[in-house]
Design a protein around this ligand. Structure first.
Ligand code: NAP
Length: 249
């Protein structure tokens, strides 16, 4: 895929995997809309990337906020080619009996409704041209429960179903819908997990995590036809075959 003049919208672009993806897509020639709440972090990243970046303060849990950000990207560049649904949160990390109901609901809103909000806001722009790629960052936690992570595991399972549901509805319209399970990645989220000390993931050493550039480069690869056999599915960066296909090994 030639990324020149393509518009890529990345949620959760203020740090971690999302910020790395913004750099990788911009290096490939794309224009990148950077969505997150931390305006200062977005401004710093946009200054680093240059004219190809548009920082847009946005709370993915609020549909109007997402819709307004997508409209601004379309106003500037006239199109949306790729949506990376990456924004996500891990807190509350707590056994279910101790979890604060409002915190639990907030995570579900961000990690599930946030994914829906992104999909819903870009669909008219993609369907108008029968083309577009929507990738949602998933997790191994979508497929197995982990102690203290009832909200996170439930949310990632829900987001994985959104990927399958949207693929079912829109593949015939030419849209490419996929999920990426990145393994464990050296970001702030893993620092928070480590600090919680609650389940085996918190026992992992920092060296066990892959750098954020790995999922970022995988996301870029997933936008190419080489990944078409994975449409409607979730690919795992834990798989060596995928690492080879992406060129990470
Ligand atoms: P991170 O460093 O904590 O970054 C999370 C990003 O999400 C930040 O940019 C944050 O920006 C954004 N975000 C959170 N709530 C938001 C909201 N309401 N609205 C807009 N943006 C919001 O974590 P990460 O590791 O890069 O995580 C990225 C994705 O990968 C997440 O979906 C996560 O579940 C997934 N993942 C991570 C790992 C891992 O090991 N790190 C493993 C599997 C899956 P603001 O705070 O500025 O809004």
């Amino acid at each position: 895929m030639d990324f020149n003049d393509k518009t890529v919208i990345i949620t959760g672009a203020s740090r971690g995997i999302g910020a790395s993806a913004a750099r990788i897509f911009a290096e490939a020639g794309a224009n990148v809309a950077l969505l997150a709440r931390d305006q200062a972090a977005l401004a710093a990243l946009a200054a680093e990337i240059g004219d190809a970046a548009l920082p847009l303060q946005c709370d993915v849990g609020d549909y109007q906020s997402v819709s307004a950000a997508v409209s601004k990207a379309v106003d500037k560049w006239g199109r949306v080619d790729v949506l990376i649904n990456n924004a996500g949160m891990i807190d509350p990390i707590a056994r279910l009996e101790n979890a604060d109901p409002a915190d639990w609901a907030q995570l579900i809103n961000v990690n599930i409704n946030g994914v829906f909000n992104g999909m819903h806001a870009v669909l008219p722009h993609m369907k108008a041209v029968n083309a577009g790629t929507i990738i949602t960052v998933s997790s191994g936690a979508a497929h197995r429960p982990l102690e203290g992570w009832s909200a996170y595991c439930t949310s990632k399972a829900g987001a994985a179903m959104l990927t399958r549901a949207l693929d079912l509805e829109e593949r015939a319209s030419g849209l490419r819908i996929m999920g990426l399970s990145p393994g464990t990645v050296a970001t702030q989220m893993q620092r928070d997990i480590k600090a919680s000390g609650i389940n085996p993931v918190s026992d992992l050493d920092w060296e066990d995590h892959v750098p954020p550039e790995w999922p970022a480069r995988t996301l870029l690869w997933m936008c190419t036809q080489d990944a078409d056999e994975f449409l409607g599915t979730e690919i795992s960066l834990r798989e060596e075959t995928i690492r080879h296909r992406v060129g990470l090994l």
